[in-house]
Design a binder for this molecule. Sequence first.
Ligand code: NAP
Ligand code: HSE
Length: 438
Amino acid sequence: MQTKIGVGLLGLGTVGAGVANILLTPDSRHPLVSEIQIIRVAVRDLNRPRSVEIERNILTTNPQEVVDDPNVQVVVEMMGGIEPARTLIMRAISSGKSVVTANKALIARHGEEIAIAAAAAGVYVLIEAAVGGGIPIIEPLKQSLGGNRITKVSGIINGTTNYILSRMSQEEIGYEEVLQTAKELGYAESDPTADVEGLDAADKIAILSNLAFGGPINRSAIPTEGIAQLQRRDVDFAKQLGYVIKLVAIAERTTLSKQQEKSLPVAVHVRPTLIPLTHPLAGVNGVNNAILIEGDPIGEVMFFGPGAGSGPTASAVVADILNIAGIYQVMHSGGDLDPLLAANSWRDCHLVNQSEICQKNYVRFTAQDTPGVIGRIGSHFGDREVSIQSIVQFNASDQGAEIVVITHKVRQNQMQKALEAIKALPEIKELVSHLGCL
Ligand code: NAP
Ligand code: HSE
């Protein structure tokens, strides 16, 4: 008898392989992970080499077999595209199976139809991985921020274009070359036009807008401009003026009326945008995404993290699988609390001794300004295997000098031994400060 919660995977590519990898290595993860069993997996090509070991006999090239397998309770769609993904999801729902999907293109266009079907069938369709890769943003919008009146959602929500723009602004590197790397790293869509033309970001802002403001918006009417036409000269001029150019998506309600409007006006668009270097989005580089939510009464919150790639996206997909598994456990146990919401301890933890804590350090000494003092400080650190990131002397004068050292990561007992030895040097007057450093 099958006691575990059976999942069927549609797709074993960048995201699918990441998900399988988590589910097949449950050690030291939440115990619910070991309650999940991969029953069947659909791929296009049975002979393609995979980055994860899957028993050959559970692979199929017929995705319908996955959906229809009686032991599959949760269907996890990671194929991409509109069809056959849409039909397969609707089939899973009508068979009473919950669905997890990473497919933003599908949800942005058919999310309403899917949600209505899921509600009618009494099943869940969870989409955490559809926006922001590994960043938890869907569940926070649905749950944690539920008490707010959301006024604006904005941010960088395409990892590929952010990776391209970051590298182009930091290095002398061409557009085509960086795009190729983004594809190799698994960031780009199977047709990267969706990334560089802003269509992927438009899909995602449509989904966020729906969640934030409570109603679907017409995806095809979102004004969208990508980075394909962006000129290097504009990137360089922006930099000289103290700005950085990012592909930014914005959805903002244009009325602050507290009345329950029948239809809420929302301004939504995606376009390359200059961001002042002091703005929190300006430092969001590489494949990272960041989403700013403004609401009443919370003010502004920012969600930041890896916006694409196998591991981060799989993290979000597995979170959804676990949410559904938790609900199934409650249903089948007849009264126990949801294991994720209850958050009971599931193992012992103990504090390591402070001397074992490993950290970078900042230290400031006052010292006599004599020849060789920096060398002797360096030797004492070196003798205790404390590696120095930087050492600088300030304010040297007859009265002495201030010497500031930043170390690489080191265990605190080694650091303490080195400091004791340095404090004993005749040239050292005082160890004035010892701080942690990130
Ligand atoms: P991918 O690497 O191209 O993987 C797609 C998988 O689906 C492959 O294993 C492919 O089989 C299988 N597949 C496609 N069509 C199929 C069909 N008709 N029948 C059976 N199997 C089929 O794509 P991905 O990057 O993992 O993306 C998957 C989904 O996640 C997309 O909706 C994407 O937008 C979304 N997503 C991706 C990321 C990311 O960083 N990559 C992040 C968030 C969301 P083969 O392996 O045999 O070709
Ligand atoms: N192609 C997408 C991106 C994947 O680069 O952001 C994550 O949704």
